[in-house]
Design a binder for this molecule. Structure first.
Ligand SMILES: [Cu+2]
Length: 169
């Protein structure tokens, strides 16, 4: 009649819990199951903690990578111009940059980021008039080294601020 309770005497065994395999003889299967599930829980907690730390570390690395990418990206405005050639951006009513230095015989890319048509003229050489959103080129081949005014020739635009200085080196 008392068969089912024979495994139950889980008395003071747990006080011996520290010994690694020493007093195992008095442990019941129920104790072992409980000890094992406790150690599994501890392992799970440790792994969870490691996971959180790893995630935080990864986030930190990612943030630093982004910051470094930013700081790398800002200076290479020059490099970007170097790979694609000098470029001027036109808006109402600015030429950006409004001071630029280019090697002799440069072909400058003109980008119209504004909302109306613009052009750029340097030393009597005038680009095509380019619609908003479009682009064209200004071919300075043959222009002698020196510093020149650059302007937009659309009526009123020069007086509204579409001027700049270009130095051919
Ligand atoms: Cu213009």
């Amino acid at each position: 009649m008392t068969d089912t309770t024979t495994e139950a005497p889980t008395t003071v065994d747990e006080t011996t819990g520290g010994g690694a395999g020493s007093g195992a003889g008095t442990r019941t299967p129920a104790d072992r199951v409980r000890e094992r599930s406790e150690s599994i829980a501890i392992f799970a907690a440790v792994f969870a903690a490691i996971g959180v730390l790893t995630a935080l570390f990864a986030v930190g690395l990612a943030v630093r990578a982004v910051q470094r990418a930013d700081s790398i990206e800002n200076p290479p405005a020059v490099e970007a111009a170097g790979t694609t050639g000098p470029e001027l951006t036109l808006t109402e009513f600015k030429i950006t940059p409004n001071e630029i230095s280019v090697p002799a015989d440069s072909i400058i890319t003109i980008v119209n980021d504004g909302t109306v048509a613009h052009d750029v003229s340097v030393d009597g050489i005038t680009s095509d008039r380019v619609d908003a959103g479009g682009s064209t080129i200004l071919d300075l081949t043959g222009v002698e080294p020196g510093t020149y005014d650059m302007i937009c020739t659309v009526t009123g635009h020069k007086d509204s601020g579409m001027t700049g200085t270009i130095t051919v080196t």
